[in-house]
Design a protein around this ligand. Structure first.
Ligand code: FPP
Length: 259
């Protein structure tokens, strides 16, 4: 059976132009409210340069800055970054230690500027399993920025989507909620993201076509954008291309599109 051209799945051509030209093409009132990002490819970026993997993570910090700056300037409501998954503990000790101290250093360095820019920081994940000094730094950042009303920036650290659902079920049980009263909102309200909007757009760099245990419940209806670009090379221009691609999508939420 042939597919009518309007239904064909071939991707539309990628938008091109300078950053200003790409930003000008965006429709401000159709931006995603919440963008989630799987920042993959730091190790490959470092290997291509014969550098240790941690060098790629350090370079990845600069991409985080760019992405946060662009989202803040565009007026995006919320960004969630997958900084360290619960599975990442299985990496070599020196990489795990390097990542812990990088995240702590980034939090120490960036929090005052984030606060000045009215950004609110939240951490998603089992924080109590992190080194004490990292917990202290992250808690300080959350406390300092608690009342900010600009961009909401969530860092997923020691995060696993399945563990989050396990923690939610434990909370519901320990709160003594009767099983007949449990519905989707009971579960949403017990997740680390209680009260926050679900992601509209999930971006993954470095080409893998999987969701890697990230925000499993929350991405039920998220639009996906996967790019081959490695996270350290991900630019503001490419972020705009992801947003332009999102703005071309027709979101159905399981329903049909009206003719
Ligand atoms: C995945 O790339 C990336 C990570 C496990 C860490 C992400 C961390 C940063 C970008 C550091 C700074 C960020 C913050 C928010 C403090 P990979 O190592 O799996 O890459 P590979 O697949 O090429 O090996």
């Amino acid at each position: 059976m042939s597919v009518p051209p309007s239904e064909a799945s071939a991707s539309p051509p990628e938008a091109s132009g300078t950053l200003d030209e790409l930003v000008a093409q965006l429709i401000p009132d159709r931006l995603p409210r919440h963008i989630a990002l799987i920042m993959d490819g730091n190790g490959r970026w470092a290997r291509l340069r014969s550098q240790p993997r941690i060098a790629g993570h350090h370079q990845g910090h600069l991409t985080v800055r760019r992405v946060v700056e662009l989202c803040r300037d565009l007026g995006v409501e919320m960004v969630t970054l997958y900084a360290f998954s619960s599975e990442n503990w299985s990496r070599p000790d020196d990489e795990v230690e390097g990542l812990m101290s990088l995240i702590e250093g980034v939090a120490r360095l960036e929090t005052p500027g984030l606060h000045e820019d009215d950004v609110r920081l939240r951490i998603l994940g089992r924080m109590h399993e992190l080194p004490d000094s990292l917990q202290d730094e992250l808690n300080r950042g959350m406390e300092l920025t608690r009342s900010n009303t600009g961009l909401a920036l969530n860092l997923a650290v020691n995060y696993s989507g399945r563990a989050e659902i396990v923690d939610a079920v434990r909370k519901i049980v320990s709160d003594g909620i009767d099983s007949s009263l449990v519905d989707e909102s009971t579960i949403s309200d017990a997740l680390y993201t209680a009260g926050l909007p679900d992601p509209d757009l999930l971006i993954r760099t470095a080409g893998e076509m999987r969701v890697s245990n990230f925000l499993l419940w929350q991405i039920a209806y998220a639009e996906l954008y996967v790019t081959e670009t490695l996270w350290p090379d991900f630019s503001k221009e490419e972020m705009c291309r992801a947003l332009l691609s999102y703005q071309k999508r027709v979101r159905r939420f399981g329903g049909v599109v009206s003719p």
